[in-house]
Design a protein around this ligand. Structure first.
Ligand code: PLP
Length: 467
């Protein structure tokens, strides 16, 4: 493609993006499609000869976009809502153009050093100790897996060569994200060596049960090695008591990893920084800018105060063979599974610079305020009830009826195209989750969803199904 053609299609693509973002509320958040629809609409084999770019762009609009669940929609309120903000989109475009591979400092000095700089900035914003070393992985799942690998390296260095004996035990709450268990399975810790600690009535890990479990394992000759606390659990955004968990971790020599994939971003807001109180006692932490820091998927940030342990877990260059390279030349490939690495820090740099700390804090405060306002509506309404505390921008609530009715309400909203909500199960009951995290979400968006739910509830009582 020559540069004139590139300009033409490039402008067309940027125009499409601008128009899409301007008019995004006109799209149904969830598409009305069935599994296999797109596969059936596309040719079985790839083209033998190249096709005009017009046809590809046309098919993007005609075939792909109608099958999209619009994660960038202001009424996407499912899971943890996210934003691919415009500065982030621009950074992503430019990173694709440069197409560097940041495996070594030498293979891309800028990608390596910008990663160090942006993660240094973010570390300051989050109030983390200066000794925390940062690295970008794709997702929180992968970040936490690397934490567990470092913990394993520290607890049982011989296992690096020999493999595991099956005695290492990991602790996390029953509300922890499934990625913790997956990480333990992947690393050979074994599912049977993952203890899911019970929670209190606010869905926080109970330190007394943690201590009990560790002692029990100790007594039967197991080797407790790692505990994962969550700041902002996936179901309810509950906050595990970090300092109390750190006490136990210190008593028993456990690696303390903190999963703050979603809620960690809130620590950018000065008055919310307390959510990470005790973080200086943790060995590692994950925060996902692709969740609540307006950075396009994917970008997960991992910090550890033991980078040497992380490197020992993954580097295949023995320390004595290390060249006397400039100590400032970090080779990120030594700190994880992957060799090749995308230039992810570019989009983060765009986002951090464009919004600034105050800009980001303002949006996060607004999301939390909307969540509180929505929670207040729910609390005051006889048809609905709050199902969990609301520390951040996620509201767990339910229609005061059966599980089937709650599922029916969620399906009605999602099928209408108005919004997308997800659910969880708390204390054996189906609970709806309204998660605010998109940069364009306004109170009017939330109000529209509330009105829909109120109308739906009114129809239930008319039909006598509720009560
Ligand atoms: N940890 C928590 C607390 C989460 O809520 C999630 C996803 O929602 C994850 C980890 C997994 O994130 P990722 O998709 O980046 O692996």
């Amino acid at each position: 493609m020559n540069s004139d053609e590139f300009r033409r299609y490039g402008y067309q693509a940027v125009d499409w993006i601008a128009h899409y973002l301007e008019n995004i509320r006109e799209y149904p958040v969830v598409p009305k499609v069935r599994p296999g629809d797109l596969i059936d609409a596309l040719p079985v084999s790839a083209p033998e000869h190249g096709e005009p770019m017009e046809s590809v762009l046309n098919d993007f609009e005609k075939l792909i976009v109608p099958e999209i669940t619009h994660w960038n929609h202001p009424r996407f309120l499912a899971y943890f809502a996210i934003s691919g903000s415009v500065p982030g989109i621009l950074g992503e475009m430019l990173a694709a153009a440069l197409n560097v591979n940041g495996m070594l400092w030498k293979s891309s000095p800028a990608a390596t050093e910008l990663e160090q700089v942006t993660l240094g900035w973010l570390r300051q914003w989050l109030g983390l100790p200066a000794e925390f070393f940062g690295i970008i992985y794709d997702t929180a799942s992968i970040s936490s897996m690397h934490a567990i690998a470092a913990a394993r390296e520290k607890a049982d260095p011989d296992s690096h060569a020999r493999g595991l004996r099956g005695d290492l035990v990991l602790y996390t709450s029953e509300h922890a994200h499934s990625s913790i268990e997956k990480g333990a399975i992947t690393l050979g810790i074994g599912q049977e060596n993952v203890r899911k600690i019970g929670v209190d009535d606010r869905f926080r890990m109970r330190p007394d049960l943690l201590r009990e479990a560790v002692m029990l394992d100790r007594n039967v000759g197991k080797k407790p090695f790692c505990v994962v606390a969550t700041i902002g659990t996936t179901s309810t955004s509950s906050i595990d008591p970090l300092n109390e968990i750190a006490d136990i971790a210190e008593e028993h020599g456990l690696w303390l990893h903190v999963d703050a994939a979603y809620a960690g971003a809130a620590a950018v807001v000065p008055e919310l920084q307390f959510i990470l109180n005790g973080i200086e006692r943790a060995h590692s932490l994950v925060v996902n800018p692709h969740k609540w820091l307006f950075t396009p998927v994917d970008l997960s940030v991992f910090y550890t105060r033991e980078p040497d342990t992380l490197r020992r877990a993954f580097s295949l260059v023995p320390e004595y063979l290390r060249t006397a390279e400039d100590p400032r030349a970090v080779n990120f490939m030594d700190y994880g599974v992957q060799l090749g690495r995308r230039f992810r820090s570019l989009k983060l740099w765009f986002v951090l610079r464009y919004f600034g700390r105050q800009g980001i804090a303002k949006i996060i405060r607004e999301h939390i305020a909307y969540a509180q306002r929505f929670a207040a509506l729910v609390r005051e309404d006889l048809d609905f009830e709050i199902a969990a505390p609301v520390p951040f921008s996620l509201v767990c609530f339910r229609f005061s009826g059966s599980d089937d009715e709650n599922r029916a309400l969620m399906n009605a909203i999602n099928d209408s195209g108005l919004a997308f909500l997800s659910h969880t199960v708390l204390n054996g009951q189906v609970v709806l989750r309204l998660a605010i995290g998109n940069i364009e979400t306004k109170w009017d968006d939330i109000e529209q969803v509330w009105r829909f739910m109120k109308d739906w509830a009114a129809r239930q009582s008319v039909h006598g199904a509720h009560g």
